[in-house]
Design a protein around this ligand. Sequence first.
Ligand code: FAD
Length: 317
Amino acid sequence: MKKVLVLAEVRDGQLRNVSLEALTAAQALAEGGEIVAGVFGADAATHAVTLGQHGASTVYTADHTALAQYTPDAYVQALTQLIELASPDAVVLGHTAIGRDIAPRVAARLGFGLVSDVTGVEAGPVFIRPIYAGKATQTRKFVDGTTFITIRPNNIAIGAADPSKTAVVVPVELEIKDLRTIVKEVVRKTSGKVDLSEAKVVISGGRGVKSADGFQPLYDLAEVLGAAVGASRGACDADYCDYSMQIGQTGKVVTPDLYIACGISGAIQHLAGMSSSKVIVAINKDPEAPIFQVADYGIVGDLFEVLPLLTAEFKKV
Ligand code: FAD
């Protein structure tokens, strides 16, 4: 039996889904032991009910002006203090921008192990993670000592909430000092209202969209489907869209239920970021495009003709 600490992430006042996935993974890891959660920020306590219903027996909340916006400096200090307080055998975070940044820093500082970008946890516990840009899968078992685990969003089914479960809320006083960085302003560059890395439906554009305006039919369909809009690096390099939308080996990794690739050839570096999507639809006017080899459904055609038709049809549903 192990004690597992989950660092829950809040964005725009909402608990991120990956934090609930992390709690599900924590149950496999704890093997009947205790699961506790930590949340930072002014409204941290408001998430205790959800975290409790998903298995956390204790929720440590910590508010500090330095934690209002993420900086590695402040978060490393905060998480280190939380770990010293909770003394867990394992620490689970989302494999998000924050999780990827902070987990190795704190693991190195405390001499812990790290298994990153985990897509599955099996009895043992054994961790499953993709390697070589998704071409192979590695299974790893942690034998000794405390370890960090980061969970790739959208891969572990969130366990059902149990309304009878409640968590004890423990406010924690943190000492955060000697900060070398502060956030003065946040300028958002998002692909839309839906968070790309957690979206259930992603519509991506490649060089085939031909211009920034060429993304409009993708946004129109995204609006109807409640989808996020992503892009290939080809489209980003051509300045059709912002790099925050890039999906692939050097961009974001997404695992939506539905991925619609529009005017994307299907280079291996792009596939590394989306090939584990549950259903892949490719729209490309070249029937030989490699994207069709990974697609579940292929539409050979001009995206500027196909997308408006799809949008019109989905509007009827
Ligand atoms: P192209 O390969 O030019 O394909 C455009 C496609 O659009 C073609 O298949 C064409 O048939 C189709 N098309 C054109 N017009 C239409 C139309 N009207 N309707 C329908 N289809 C149309 N790429 C990424 O995406 N993500 C990464 O993270 C990434 N990382 C990289 C890292 C490294 C180290 C390197 C070397 C490369 C990386 N790349 C990455 C780049 C990658 O190799 C490809 O160059 C890139 O993915 C190509 O983008 P694309 O498919 O949009 O463009």
